[in-house]
Design a protein around this ligand. Structure first.
Ligand SMILES: O=C(O)c1ccccc1NCC(=O)[C@H](O)[C@H](O)COP(=O)(O)O
Length: 264
């Protein structure tokens, strides 16, 4: 079993347990369920967008603990000044995240929020809306084409935007009308190797009407310039900021370098 298969097998168990404890109707009564949703797609398409989706990520299977002390409110406040969107890991066992992290981010910032988790059941979409997410992630590698269609339709009925993540050309077959954005994950989930060429190789095979997001392993402004030139509108960055004691400062430094690159 590779790590993604292991995470997903555990996620099925986690969701089954939650379903037995919290009826889905409970979620629609939570205050954040009613809050208006923000559009990440529009934020990525804005002419002056940095395109950065900055991620709050405490640990990961590939790196272990990345930042054990970061404060969600402080970090997301800093991210919100320049990021098109903020991604918050809510998976606890493998990424040290929680629904509370996302709820706190929602109470702190008005930037579009991506719930970063392993979605395998409609139940998680109600949960996502109730904690204040604007966007959910569907990972083609762990869902059938039919599951992507059903989950994306259900997400749209809850006014949640859908980011579909792919790793290769075959997974592009999972794209359906309900998908808003397409992410290419540069991380090979079997070897954990990250290679930006994964994004560069796929961009010309992707539909032009859905913003493309390059994910993982991005750590400098030159890479963003290369990806932007190739056609990417979004850049999902986690570890590069979170590995610093103060991710807010690392993010601000990165933005300064990015802006200097745009001016020169
Ligand atoms: O990050 C991992 O180790 C990982 C392992 C297994 C499944 C998913 C994983 N990461 C999820 C992500 O997509 C990244 O958190 C995201 O793209 C940001 O990546 P990075 O900038 O390299 O932290």
């Amino acid at each position: 079993m590779n790590i993604l298969e292991q995470i997903v097998a555990d996620k099925y168990k986690e969701v089954a347990l939650k379903k037995s404890m919290i009826p889905v109707e409970v979620y629609s009564k939570m205050p954040l369920f009613e809050v208006d949703r923000r559009s990440l797609k529009a934020a990525l398409m804005a002419a002056d967008s940095t395109g950065i989706i900055a991620e709050f990520k405490r640990k990961s299977p590939s790196k272990g603990i990345i930042n054990g002390h970061a404060d969600v409110a402080q970090v997301t406040t800093a991210y919100s000044q320049y990021a098109a969107g903020i991604s918050v890991l809510t998976d606890e066992p493998y990424f040290g995240g929680s629904n509370d992290d996302l709820m706190l981010a929602r109470e702190t910032v008005s930037t579009p929020l991506l719930r970063k988790d392993f979605i395998i059941d409609e139940y998680q979409l109600y949960e996502a809306r109730s904690i204040g997410a604007d966007v959910i992630l569907l990972i083609a590698a762990c869902l059938s084409k039919q599951q992507v269609k059903q989950l994306a339709q259900a997400a749209k009925s809850l006014q949640l935007q859908v980011l579909l993540e792919v790793h290769n050309e075959e997974e592009l077959e999972h794209i359906c009308d309900e998908v808003d954005m397409i992410g290419v994950n540069n991380r090979n989930l079997k070897t954990f190797e990250v290679n930006i060429n994964t994004s560069l190789k796929l961009i010309n095979k992707m539909p032009g009407d859905k913003p493309a997001v390059a994910e993982s392993g991005i750590s400098d402004a030159d890479t963003i310039a290369t990806l932007r030139h190739a056609g990417f509108r979004g850049f999902l960055i986690g570890e590069n900021f979170m590995k610093h004691t103060n991710p807010a400062i690392a993010f601000a430094d990165f933005i300064n370098k990015l802006q200097a690159k745009i001016v020169t």
